[in-house]
Design a protein around this ligand. Sequence first.
Ligand SMILES: Nc1ncnc2c1ncn2[C@@H]1O[C@H](COP(=O)(O)OP(=O)(O)OP(=O)(O)O)[C@@H](O)[C@H]1O
Ligand SMILES: [Mg+2]
Length: 262
Amino acid sequence: MARKIVLTSGKGGVGKTSILASLGICLANRGKNVLMIDGDVGLNNLDVVMGMESRVVYDMSDVIENKCHINQALLQEEGSSLYLLPSAHAYDNQKITAQAFKEMIGRIEHLFDFILIDCPAGIDAGFHRAVSCSDEAIVVTTPHIPAIRDGDKVLGLLRSYKLNSISLVINRVRGDFVSRGKMMSASEIARILRTPLIGAVPEDDAVTVYSQLGRIGLNRSSSRDAIDMIASNIINNSFRIYDVERGYRGFFGRLKRIVSRY
Ligand SMILES: Nc1ncnc2c1ncn2[C@@H]1O[C@H](COP(=O)(O)OP(=O)(O)OP(=O)(O)O)[C@@H](O)[C@H]1O
Ligand SMILES: [Mg+2]
């Protein structure tokens, strides 16, 4: 049976969808059967980031309304064990209830090792729908105070669900800022939020470029290395964290810090 993992956040735009797409790719590259479900109903971002938008014929509302078999709605990444179930294009909260969502996942969970669920930001019905059918939650935040504060609220809510684990990923960490003491480190944030840290992902322009082009799969940069480490942590239940400061140590690191100073 698949491990069902929801990626959630209090504040929007912290990188849930980008991280989920890369995480799906990394888990599939490690030989796992992975299904990514776009739980951000009505906003369908995951198919866009994955470059699959033009291939969508059926979406989850068609599955829930029995207009198609669930296999007809799944999109497979070429040559990979990675699949995507697209979000409903039209937002209709009445149809896509938490119960309907859960039943839909129940029909296919035996086919996958991992089901990754992209959650809408915030704590309304969409949050409940995605979390209530998950076993594990990963809260994504950036190192910025409003995102951390909202992350704390979400963590409080998650603790009222029956989840096997709740962990934290800090996205968009600037190694140069952290090494100069201008940004909190991922481990400091995890300590404040009293939540196990399973990943720190550096700020990386390649994420913005490739996700806009729908080519996140081609991103081979520092952020991908960091997310591959998260995939390894998930599989092995380990807590190895990407060293975002490593380019900013030693003689050349000091030079880079001086050049980027403002
Ligand atoms: N590590 C990163 N470095 C640079 N840019 C990033 C990084 N992670 C995400 N981004 C950019 O941040 C923006 C928001 O990312 P994304 O859509 O993944 O966030 P989200 O949490 O899913 O947003 P929403 O709450 O609206 O669903 C995108 O433009 C994305 O390219
Ligand atoms: Mg998103």
